[in-house]
Write a protein that binds this ligand. Structure first.
Ligand SMILES: *[C@@H]1O[C@H](CO)[C@@H](O)[C@H](O)[C@H]1NC(C)=O
Ligand SMILES: *[C@@H]1O[C@H](CO)[C@@H](O)[C@H](O)[C@H]1NC(C)=O
Ligand SMILES: *[C@@H]1O[C@H](CO)[C@@H](O)[C@H](O)[C@H]1NC(C)=O
Length: 407
């Protein structure tokens, strides 16, 4: 275990503080076991654990700032770049297969428009009180969805991967996390449950939320926040729909995050206002079945003319109710950065992590957040006590070795 934790420490940021440890390890290494363990691909037991000492780096739709969102490639990139969690949105195909896709329609992020065979699939459905027209995932079978290719949402991002990647299923997404070379958590959303349950019926009478939880259980996801089972396969379940979270609260003890939209948008299922669902009374209630909230960041710190104003008390009140706060979405580009940050995404991370004190961040650029955290809060800072514990264990071990020579 010692060897693994040392080898995983970032060389640039922590080599100094680890120097004495490395020296100690050399001594132990000579007497006890090989200094350099073989790579541990596939050895699930010895994978580097999830870090839990600093805010979570949540790769929003994978590294979608670089690669088209919610594709296998975007998730693999996010894992390479240091994500603690890979985030996704779960919707359903017409034939009831759960897929990773953000929009209820395929129009903006796939090549569906070029598929003449689907030209007659365009529909208009009411989605959260608004009539939306497009090609809805719920009108396509999984096989049909697999014939499409995903593209980048924003024109100012890298377009070279357009047309190269398929939509993936919830199960494929889970297998990406489980095969990662270290423990990487998943963070799936029960997306648009009202619409999905209106349009997709499962033959066994179960609903979307049931299928969602069953999929997690099938792959061994279970356990409350920070439990042994959870640390092995970490997962947060997120939803904007209060009734979905209540519905699953008795089906799984996995930690749940209640997402909170803009102040103008009522909840899709219970039609509650922003003010109602962010009241102390409501926090008292949800604290019984969720571990945190996921607010849009501009509601935590209101923005006027692209300048951030005085922060609200939302984070302080959530923390007072023992609720974590995981705001969304952090994006590097000038188009998204508020002017206060001088077009510097590191300043934005610094503000939210060190001034506002959030517990996790949904970012489109996992690599940037990871580098920022390695520079400012890598293990040589916040886990100092852990290092000390490790060092004192080593000293103890050395003392034992020395005394065994004497004996
Ligand atoms: C949506 O379309 C339906 C049918 O055309 C219409 O009756 C309804 O008023 C529309 N709703 C909204 C919110 O525009
Ligand atoms: C969940 O379980 C609790 C306690 O066992 C019970 O009070 C509650 O009614 C249940 N909720 C649902 C939605 O079944
Ligand atoms: C939701 O609540 C608002 C404000 O109370 C109300 O005006 C609206 O009619 C409600 N909508 C539905 C669908 O119940």
């Amino acid at each position: 275990m010692l060897f693994i934790s040392i080898s995983m420490a970032s060389p640039s940021s922590s080599s100094l503080c680890f120097a004495p440890l490395v020296f100690l390890l050399l001594i132990i290494g000579c007497t006890a076991r090989p200094l350099y363990p073989l790579p541990s691909h596939g050895d699930r037991e010895s994978r580097r654990p999830l870090q839990t000492f600093r805010p979570y780096n949540i790769a929003h739709r994978g590294s979608n700032g670089e690669i088209p969102e919610e594709t296998a490639a975007a998730y693999l990139r996010a894992i390479e770049e240091g994500a603690d969690f890979i985030e996704t949105d779960i919707l359903s195909s017409k034939d009831g297969v759960l897929i990773c896709f953000h929009d209820v329609t395929l129009d903006d992020t796939t090549d569906v428009a070029q598929h003449k065979e689907f030209a007659n699939r365009k529909r208009t459905y009411q989605v959260q009180g608004v009539n939306v027209t497009g090609f809805f995932t719920v009108d396509f079978t999984l096989n049909e969805l697999k014939s499409l290719r995903v593209k980048q949402r924003y024109s100012f991002r890298d377009q070279q991967f357009n047309g190269k990647h398929q939509i993936i299923t919830f199960e494929e997404y889970i297998s990406i996390a489980l095969k990662a070379p270290r423990v990487v958590g998943i963070y799936p959303e029960i997306k648009n449950p009202v619409l999905i349950n209106q349009h997709v019926k499962w033959s066994d009478g179960e609903i979307f939320e049931d299928k969602f939880v069953e999929t997690l259980q099938k792959y061994g996801y279970k356990g409350s926040y920070l439990s042994k089972d959870w640390l092995k396969q970490p997962a947060f379940i997120q939803s904007f729909a209060p009734t979905s979270l209540v519905h699953i609260s008795n089906q799984t003890d996995l930690p749940k995050i209640f997402l909170i939209d803009d102040i103008t948008i009522p909840t899709q299922d219970t039609n509650q206002s922003y003010w109602e669902i962010t009241s102390d009374r409501y926090f008292d209630y949800i604290a019984q079945y969720v571990v945190g909230i996921g607010p849009w960041k501009d509601t935590v710190v209101p923005v006027v003319n692209n300048y951030m104003q005085t922060p609200t008390d939302l984070v302080a009140r959530a923390h007072a109710h023992n609720l974590q706060v995981h705001p969304y979405t952090y994006r590097n580009e000038n188009n998204f950065l508020h002017f206060n940050f001088n077009q510097d995404p590191y300043q934005e991370y610094d503000y939210w992590i060190n001034k506002i004190g959030v517990d996790g961040l949904f970012t489109d650029f996992t690599g940037s957040l990871h580098r920022f955290q390695e520079c400012t809060s890598s293990s040589n800072h916040q886990s100092g006590s852990d290092d000390e514990k490790t060092a004192s264990k080593l000293l103890h071990k050395i003392a034992l070795l020395v005394s065994s020579y004497k004996g």
